[in-house]
Design a protein around this ligand. Sequence first.
Ligand code: ADE
Ligand code: ZN
Length: 340
Amino acid sequence: MLTEQMRNILQQMPKAELHIHIEGSLEPELIFALAQRNGVSLAYASVDELRKAYDFTDLQSFLDIYYAGASVLLKEQDFYDMTAAYLARAQADNVRHAEIFFDPQTHTARGVPFETVINGIWRACQDSPVSATLIMCFLRHLPEDEALATLDEALPFRDKFIGVGLDSSERGHPPEKFCRVFERCRQLGLHLVAHAGEEGPPAYIETALDLLNVERIDHGVRCLEDADLTARLAREQVALTVCPLSNIKLRVFDKMDDHNLMRLLDAGLVVTINSDDPAYFGGYINENFFSTFDSLPLGVEHARTLARNSFSAAFLEGEAKRGYLNEVDRFFQQATATKD
Ligand code: ADE
Ligand code: ZN
């Protein structure tokens, strides 16, 4: 059960969000507003009808609707408005720093220029009081050559993103399909992450680490099926960006009581809590905290660990990282000080 006091701590604690697909923050209301603004016709008659379609059976059933939703994004201002809306929600949840995924191929395939996508998203990040950096994701259901071509398109904007990731349909598209493009990105000094072990097997986590050289694993919840892999993730302190509400909506777990987040923490893993696609999965980052703490036997020490992990695992440099960690420590000293 989530007490009022615990809820306040989770709401107010400073945190970083490390796994958010900006296209997954597109709320139905904004989808309809942008469709009207751009003269795009939608397969749904109303916001309510669209929301009713958010009843997913697995990752692919979600991705089909997610890519359809993104079809309303055409102009730089659309990407700006989407990103500004997310950052306002993040600020309200006391997110201090966000590392935001974007999927350029979803847009360039529809004829939207790469620069339109990145300039709109990046400008909104510059205008926000929340610290925000960008991670460009390659769509793993497409061939590696298309990822390489996307990287070429992105290079003139190298200063506007800090890393690359790998997302979309996981099963049947193992990390090793993208060895060449990740190696190029590594040589360019980009940070590397990949979705692995969400629906795909633990072996994908291993190949993401060994063959793509990623620094963090997105999701990774299936690692517990392999004891040696779990021990390795703990030993090497590889961060997992876990997204609890996403896992329930996409039926990775039946219900939140069954989620393995507590077991991941108990195994000594660097777990973080994130929203993934908040407009589709029923809540932004704080809703993910509330829901997990409501269902699992987690307390204030876990909250402190999760807040610290979010900054430890962030791609932030010395001073900035230390500053946020100090802010977390001060927050918990005050929140847990006994009043007499
Ligand atoms: N793209 C957006 N959300 C995703 C997820 N949860 N897994 C893989 N690709 C995604
Ligand atoms: Zn994701």
